[in-house]
Design a protein around this ligand. Structure first.
Ligand SMILES: Cc1cc2nc3c(=O)[nH]c(=O)nc-3n(C[C@H](O)[C@H](O)[C@H](O)COP(=O)(O)O)c2cc1C
Ligand SMILES: CCCCC(=O)C(=O)O
Length: 379
């Protein structure tokens, strides 16, 4: 074991960032960020699925310039690496989501803000836009930040979240569909995990008058009991009627659900199993991706994104080769935030982006549209 490194520049891989961050947090927080549900088969399977593919690289291609630009929901992004929605950033760092938003806005990276943020969605939006403006306007206009919605039993609450997101200029509404109830994360149960005093779910409760304040025994495990487990495809229409934001469904792993999503008029889907934190033994996302992409076909009009276990630039390459338009990363962002706040998030994004450029260069793919299915062989 080497000593933890302390310079942001000495962190060379996402693995380095995670290793450092885990020494800096209380055990119950590390457990919450890191865990999958039950036996954690799916959390591990997400990683394992990337190892099953190898890159059959191409030679003697002009790779003196490599272009990672992609279009997602009609918008041009500098890179296909996006920030997945994760809860409770103030557990990682005192500046919480503001630091994440500054790193994302400053680099023009698409950031999906969580319903369960510890900073209000209005504050995240303003912070993101200010960082984008001072970095030269790369991400001004709000389209590069999306809002993730948990559908609550309290329809008034759900609707007000949607309306607040629209009023704050979020570019899309990401409806998470894999969490009708909370997955059983054994460590969180054993730790009776909950937010410490002074931190709250800023979009759901006002400080001081929140349910956490009224009920000292309120724990994270109870939050999903407020989710609407009766929500179906049919109810999606009501959300569409509330907003003009394009919809993205997060948590799809089946071809028939992808087709149903398309027929419901969504603009995108995220092939995701919540980082292995919901149904354990769920199919790994990279394994699910080809059937989803094939079912939708080339002219689908639905952008397919993927998350789960992306830790290296070569993982991004593989997901794109199997048909994803872009990928999202969850835990690596939280580890970066823990380690160095805004600079740590920026470092993680930088590591993954430069690894992707390196992989594309060595694989003979000067642009994203060259990263095609034939670049991979099964190990
Ligand atoms: C600590 C943590 C909190 C999360 N919170 C949310 C959330 O609030 N909403 C949501 O849709 N997904 C949430 N997710 C799932 C992520 O959006 C994403 O699907 C997953 O983390 C991707 O896998 P990765 O962590 O291996 O990159 C969370 C994941 C983690 C690890
Ligand atoms: C109700 C979901 C809790 C936040 C979350 O998505 C997670 O911890 O994975």
């Amino acid at each position: 074991m080497t000593e933890p490194t302390l310079e942001v520049s000495s962190l060379l891989t996402v693995r380095d960032v995670e290793r450092l961050a885990r020494t800096m947090l209380p055990k119950s927080t590390v457990d919450y960020f890191r865990s999958g549900s039950d036996a954690e088969y799916t959390r591990r399977a997400n990683r394992g699925a990337f190892r099953k593919w190898a890159i059959a690289y191409r030679v003697l291609v002009d790779v003196s310039r490599v272009d990672t630009r992609v279009r997602v929901l009609g918008q041009e992004l500098a890179s296909p690496i996006l920030i997945a929605p994760t809860a409770y950033h103030r557990l990682a760092h005192p500046e919480g989501e503001r630091a994440t938003a500054r790193a994302a806005g400053g680099s023009g990276t698409l950031y999906v803000a969580s319903t369960l943020a510890t900073t209000s969605l209005e504050d995240i939006a303003a912070t993101y836009d200010a960082a984008g403006a001072s970095a030269g306007g790369a991400s001004v206009g709000g389209a590069s930040r999306w809002f993730q919605l948990y559908v609550h039993k309290d329809r008034g609450l759900t609707r007000s979240l949607v309306e607040r997101a629209e009023a704050s200029g979020y570019g899309a509404l990401v409806v998470t569909v894999d969490t009708p109830v909370l997955g059983r994360r054994l460590r969180d149960v054993r730790n009776a995990f909950g937010l410490p005093d002074g931190m709250h779910m800023a979009n759901l409760f006002a400080p001081g008058d929140g349910i956490e304040a009224k009920d000292p025994a309120f724990r994270h495990a109870q939050i999903a009991a407020r989710h609407d487990a009766s929500f179906t495809w049919h109810d999606l229409a009501s959300i569409r009627a509330w907003t003009r934001m394009p919809l993205v469904l997060k948590g799809i792993v089946r071809a028939d659900d992808a087709l149903r999503a398309r027929d419901s008029g969504v603009a995108g889907i995220i092939v995701s199993n919540h980082g292995g934190r919901q149904l354990d033994s769920a199919v790994a996302t990279l394994d699910a991706l080809p059937s989803v992409v094939e079912a939708l076909g080339a002219q689908a009009g639905v952008d397919v994104l993927l998350d789960g276990g992306v830790r290296w630039g070569t993982d991004v390459f593989k997901a794109l080769a199997l048909g994803a338009r872009a990928v999202l990363v969850g835990r690596p962002i939280v580890w970066g935030l823990t380690a160095f706040g805004e600079a740590g998030v920026a470092r993680v994004l930088d590591i993954l982006r430069s690894e992707l450029v390196h992989a594309m260069t060595l694989a003979g793919c000067p642009a994203i549209d060259a990263v095609t299915r034939d670049m991979l062989v099964r190990r």
